[in-house]
Design a protein around this ligand. Structure first.
Ligand code: UDP
Ligand code: MG
Length: 340
């Protein structure tokens, strides 16, 4: 798919930034990026993936291309979520090293030269571990830390604790990532699964420069479920063990009731015990069915083979079309990104 961009001189670095309603931070972000990229001394492209923003983020980015020609704006057809937006960016990035970062300046662009240094030293992946999480509530910090501990205990790939999506990846990591076909995306886990020589730098994570977080606890819980079910089938085993335990307890209890009836005759009607057993067992059954459902639902989504995102507009493709046929109008195209 990269051949479509033969005419473009390949940048050495791609900075991939998913954007969803970030018009408040874009001016500062562009200024700081420009300052940093000047130090890199090599061609850089800035890939902004507008994930269905409802504010004027995308028009701001489009008009910023006059001042900053290295900007490429990819607009998705609607809001697909950060994971999908980042996947779109990684699929279209052309650089030898790709840096993924948030738009809200929680990931300071000033750190990019340090990351590049590690890449030049031969690492394929440079993870940015946060030392502090300024501006985040203690509840978010606590739930994040519990989640990572749980996930690492049950999953097969080692997931780095306290690292976000801010990272540098070499071309071969990005190519390997782009090959992963799954529709249920948990980016951090998928990249960890790829592996390759990795190093970690620490930084202080700033608070958001402006605007509000696009996450709420429901979305975070969904992402956590995604992380757990896409990296481990151990919860299914947990269901099995719970079922076995419940069955064994139920069996022992039944045997005891029968024995008691045989020895001492039929006792009192036993309403309490029946209710206890019924609720306990139906609870376990529902839990196991629900757990199975989580996996079956994901299998269903995978079998539909839908693309992870749809692109409504790509400034690079538009440039190509207008330079090839100057008289033609720029077209709005919808590309099936994953299959292309
Ligand atoms: N984002 C996105 N699509 C969404 C939600 C968020 O592309 O549906 C982007 C957002 O613009 C930002 C990044 O993902 O660049 C991280 O979002 P946010 O800062 O809200 O998350 P947090 O830092 O609170 O985890
Ligand atoms: Mg943020």
């Amino acid at each position: 798919m990269q051949d479509r961009y033969k005419h473009i001189t390949r940048p050495v670095f791609s900075i991939v930034i998913p954007v969803h309603n970030e018009s408040e931070v874009i001016p500062e972000l562009l200024g700081r990026l420009a300052e940093t990229c000047r130090q890199l001394g090599e061609p850089v492209e800035w890939l902004f993936i507008d994930d269905g923003s409802r504010d004027d983020s995308s028009s701001m980015l489009r008009s910023a291309r006059i001042t900053y020609p290295m900007i490429r704006v990819i607009e998705l057809s609607r809001n697909f979520g950060k994971e999908a937006a980042a996947s779109a960016g990684l699929a279209r990035a052309l650089g030898e090293a790709v840096i993924l970062m948030d738009a809200d300046l929680q990931d300071p662009p000033e750190l990019i030269p340090r990351m590049v240094e590690q890449w030049r030293a031969g690492y394929d992946m440079v993870l940015m571990k946060r030392d502090s999480r300024a501006g985040e509530s203690w509840l978010k910090r606590l739930s994040a830390s519990c989640f990572y501990r749980l996930l690492n205990r049950i999953s097969d790939a080692e997931l780095p604790v306290d690292t976000g999506d801010f990272r540098l990846m070499s071309r071969r990591v990005v190519d390997a990532f782009n090959e992963l076909p799954e529709r249920n995306r948990y980016l951090k886990g998928m990249i960890a699964w790829v592996g390759m020589p990795t190093t970690t730098l620490t930084f202080n994570r700033d608070a958001r420069a402006a605007g509000n977080t696009k996450w709420n606890y429901l979305k975070l819980a969904q992402l956590a479920m995604e992380g757990i079910t896409s990296f481990s089938v151990k919860p299914l085993r947990l269901a099995l063990i719970l079922g076995l335990l419940a069955a064994a307890t139920g069996g022992a209890f039944g045997a005891w009731v029968v024995l008691k009836a045989l020895l001492f005759g039929v006792a009192t009607p036993g309403y309490a015990s029946i209710i206890t057993v019924i609720t306990f067992l139906s609870g376990i059954q529902l839990l196991c069915v629900g757990l199975l459902g989580e996996y079956v639902g994901r299998i269903y989504i995978e079998t539909k083979q839908r693309p992870v995102y749809l692109v409504a507009h790509d400034s690079a493709e538009q440039d190509q079309a207008t330079s090839a046929r100057p008289e033609s109008q720029p077209r709005r195209t919808v590309n099936h990104a994953v299959s292309s």
